[in-house]
Design a protein around this ligand. Structure first.
Ligand code: MRU
Length: 328
């Protein structure tokens, strides 16, 4: 177990827990230059919407401090992953501070964003814990935990808070093919925290829900459109549709940095398509026949109609409350 946030500032460079190799290896790596930081984001050494947003902000602030071309740094970081809007939101905040207050204020702004994210995630937990009974069985997908957010997590935060209060939540961890963020990262976090859980294959959601084994679903998000549609890890939509079919509440947890007020609806959210090698190979070993192609959209969009409520730092909101708060 590593008692640290997912990344931190260390004398002008960023140290991060390499999420590509967890849980078998706990490697701390250094990302010092913009190309190293872009690589860390695009290869998922650092991942999860709020984590890449704040990591991007810190990378940009450090580049500005080094006197580098801020526009080039912004563009490279901005292009490193397309779906999680936290990245552009956080980069825009640092650019705004640079334009209004100059280079010296940028690092403080980036560190402030990191603190705000941790505070928001903690609040998400405090609001969301009321949705979780003493022995609730929660299904989650991908990793929306401390690794994805610096600390606490989004979807995992209410579960964490409930467990720390003495509750005994149980978590169905969807393994999350192809990169296994569920079975590698969410399971690792829950194990470290002593929270009871079982890893299940992605295709088992319908079976478990039909057998009355799931009380609620909580997932994170990479982008929330102005009409309440959300993008999250591929496979989220299936769980939402199944939850509706079996009358199970489906909640989405996220901080404000994940909202894209400029995006009117989910069909306008850019969906990252990743290398087919992530599907046809595991840890570099080919598992599919040579010659078979693959197709790897990394996210899907869940329309707001499937979502029971939105767990935010301001409380658990209905769709109407969320949409009107975005308009404001
Ligand atoms: O491709 P990833 O691992 O970055 O995808 C992450 C997710 O889909 C998370 O659920 C999302 O970023 C919310 S994290 C708090």
């Amino acid at each position: 177990m590593v008692d640290r946030p997912s990344f931190w500032l260390d004398e002008g460079s960023i140290q991060l827990l390499d999420q590509r190799v967890l849980p078998l290896n706990t490697f701390i790596i250094t990302a010092e230059t913009i190309p190293e930081q872009v690589e860390a984001i695009s290869t998922l050494a650092v991942r999860g919407a709020p984590a890449i947003g704040t990591f991007g902000a810190l990378s940009l602030a450090l580049s500005i401090n080094r006197g580098e071309d801020e526009k080039a740094a912004y563009q490279q970081l901005h292009g490193s992953r397309p779906t999680a809007v936290d990245l552009s939101n956080c980069l825009n905040i640092v650019m705004g501070v640079y334009r209004s207050d100059g280079d010296e204020a940028c690092l403080e702004a980036a560190l402030g964003l990191m603190e705000d994210t941790i505070r928001s995630c903690r609040k998400i937990g405090e609001h969301g814990r009321y949705l979780i009974g003493n022995n609730s069985r929660i299904m989650t997908h991908c990793n929306a935990g401390a690794l994805a957010t610096l600390d606490w997590g989004t979807a995992l935060s209410p579960i964490r808070v409930r467990a720390r209060e003495g509750g005994s939540p149980f978590v169905w961890v969807s393994e999350t093919r192809p990169l296994l963020q569920g079975s590698r990262l969410t399971a690792w976090e829950l194990l470290n925290e002593g929270i009871d859980h079982r890893i299940v294959v992605d295709g088992s959601a319908g079976h478990l829900m039909s057998k009355d084994e799931v009380d609620l679903v909580i997932v994170g998000s990479d982008r929330v459109a102005a009409n309440g549609d959300i993008a999250n890890k591929i496979g989220t939509l299936e769980k939402a549709v199944l939850a509706r079919e079996f009358g199970i509440p489906f909640y989405v947890a996220f901080p404000k940095t994940t909202i894209d007020p400029e995006c009117p609806s989910g069909d306008r959210i850019p969906i990252e398509v990743r290398s087919d090698l992530e599907i046809t190979s595991i840890h570099g070993s080919r598992i599919a026949p040579e010659g078979s192609g693959a197709y790897g959209p990394a996210f899907d969009v869940t329309p707001s109609g499937y979502i029971t409520g939105y767990i935010t730092e301001d409380g658990v909101l209905s769709k109407d409350e969320l949409v009107s708060s975005i308009k404001k």
